[in-house]
Design a protein around this ligand. Sequence first.
Ligand code: TPP
Ligand code: SF4
Ligand code: MG
Length: 254
Amino acid sequence: MAEEKKVYTRTKGILPDTVSGFCPGCMHSTVHKIIGEAAEELGQLDNLVRVEGVGCCGLGQFYVTCDETIAAHGRAGAVATGIKRSSPNSLVYTYQGDGDLAAIGLAETLSAANRGENFTVIFVNNGIYGMTGGQMAPTTLVGMKSTTTPGGRNPEEHGYPMHMSEIINQLTAPYYIERVSCDTPQHVIKARNAIKKAFKYQLEGRGYSIVEIVTSCPTNWGLDTLKSLDFLREKMFAEYPLGVFRDKGAEEKK
Ligand SMILES: Cc1ncc(C[n+]2csc(CCOP(=O)(O)OP(=O)(O)O)c2C)c(N)n1
Ligand code: SF4
Ligand SMILES: [Mg+2]
């Protein structure tokens, strides 16, 4: 007897009842939610494809259900390239932490940006390897303590913080580069609008966009929620100023 063919389906969309699995004060859950809202506002939830990086960043399936895969650590840029090229009408985004995007995945990140691949990068920069217990990332601030820099990051030994939006802004191909945060309701709205704009550009076939979201990691910064917000605003924003680095769409309108 022929075996019955089973078809597995699942509801796509924002999962409204999710209780955050992240630490108190972590902004990953907010970022996942606003990605879902941006896609929903564009009527694209059914068309959304997520390529997750590895880290606390990679728990998006609990917030927004869509087609997705998890790339090997750092390889999201290469995986998203393959998916977008073979399914050009899908709305494809990567969700990557600073360890994933700027350390182990640096080559894939810069190569995809340099090729102007038509997908969207959501880059969550919390200045540390969150999931694995707080090792130094390329974005860790000078003097900041981590498990691998217990005396604080020392540029002579560990180099300086890397500014990925500024570095990508040196390349010719990228279409849209903006750095935002999620520390206030106003900033959350701004971040959602930035993500929506990046998605819109992708749907129009404009090429590579990256939205960097500067966030906190209270647990591995060793600070409570409110103190981590102070640190974010005083130290992280000073090193990683918020703003638009490039918006070819806005320039073309002028
Ligand atoms: C090839 C490989 N090397 C190392 C690891 C271990 N690892 C898992 S998550 C992670 C760091 C993630 O940090 P980040 O990308 O900043 O994400 P966050 O947890 O801070 O959101 C590392 C090193 C791994 N999973 N695979
Ligand atoms: S370890 Fe840091 S990044 Fe991970 S969930 Fe906790 S606060 Fe968020
Ligand atoms: Mg990180």
